[in-house]
Design a protein around this ligand. Sequence first.
Ligand SMILES: Nc1ncnc2c1ncn2[C@@H]1O[C@H](COP(=O)(O)OP(=O)(O)OP(=O)(O)O)[C@@H](O)[C@H]1O
Ligand SMILES: [Mg+2]
Length: 439
Amino acid sequence: MPDPLLVLAVLAASAVGLWAWRRWHYASFWLIVGFPLMAISVRASWRRVALGCGLTKKRQRWWFTTVPGAIASTGLVKVRRRFQRIAVDTKPFMWLPMPTRYGWRVTLCTLEGQIPGDYADAAERLAHSWGVHAVRVTSDKPGRVRLAATMRDPLVKVDHLPPSPDLLKVTVGRLETGKPWVVDFRTIPHWLNAGATQSGKSNLANALIVGLAPQPVALVGFDLKGGVEFTPYASRLSALACDRAESVDLLCDLVGLMIDRMGLCRQAAARNIWQLPPAIRPVPVVVLVDELAELYLMADKSEKDEVARTSTALLRVAQLGRAFGIYLFCCGQRIGSDLGPGVTALRAQCSGRICHRVNDPETATMTLGDLDPAALASARTIAADTPGVAIVASSDGQWYRARSFYVSEQIAEHTAKAHADLTPPWDEITAHITEPINA
Ligand SMILES: Nc1ncnc2c1ncn2[C@@H]1O[C@H](COP(=O)(O)OP(=O)(O)OP(=O)(O)O)[C@@H](O)[C@H]1O
Ligand SMILES: [Mg+2]
């Protein structure tokens, strides 16, 4: 008979050991202890959970049932077993759960009449039933859905900004799947970055500046907050406009630059600057716009002309810039049609969409368009104490929750100064513009 004290001591030591293991190396603890237990519990509870979340279907089955038969003289009811057709609740078939870095994923076969949207609608219920942080639903094949569960929010803390060695490709943060969040201007040339005040828009612009500063690209800033955001990085910016009057001039330069590059490509029979020989290929230009709405707002009618010129020039850059190496990254609190028709057209040209925390559903809809309604709901649930968290519409057609790396102004300023020698002068870039452009 083992000593009860010894048993207790062993149990306590094991519990402390497991706790320490979980704390110090969560990844191995999760793989060896946490995940197998979780997988068994998920499989065991699937019928109940599916029933509770409304994911089952009634199906007719042959089944042995007990039916009341004769009442015996003692008053007891005699039951008889009978093989008959009855309606039973059928659950979707579940494959074996697989571990992921932050939780697990499992593939389900949908039942007749079900679509992935039914599972997306039940995602929150599923998350609560299994006691996990969130369940995301995707479908890569008709008749199959994949549930990805995250045990805890992987975006509470994200690591430091890694270097971005590929041209025009910057790792700005981390996706909820644990994969890097990459802004790649070669794949998606123009981006909209929306969010309420203090939601992390400028931080994302900082991350871009830090990532692009060591690369052979020209950075152009439009800081309609009077220059307070981008002026510290002026040493790495080829041009900076701090108000609308300066913006009009700079946009005219950009349109002129685009037209000049058009001529260059035409002469060399190239469709875009990337098809030109490296020796004559012009430097790519990344245009960062902070507080976009300021470009469109007018106090009185006298500003109408200026707004119209700004709006047209920006739209032309968005429409034609990609082929000629001019890329846009527009940040704003609200990028809605109430700012004028120019904004709607600009929005249509920006296929990269980032939606930080928003205060109203319309802003999320404006930014993310008609993406999955779950994405819109998710944008609205971003907490104010997690700045930098955003919903990102990805190039694979999916949407993700993501968080940008925190990049303080000091780090961004230091990086900009450290790479100031890589800044192509604006006069040099625009040297070939032959005639002044009036947008
Ligand atoms: N990814 C992040 N991780 C941690 N903190 C962040 C992150 N992004 C932003 N922050 C913090 O949130 C605050 C607001 O960020 P930021 O200035 O980028 O917001 P904003 O959306 O540009 O606001 P505004 O509209 O007022 O310009 C900053 O003080 C910054 O420290
Ligand atoms: Mg800002």
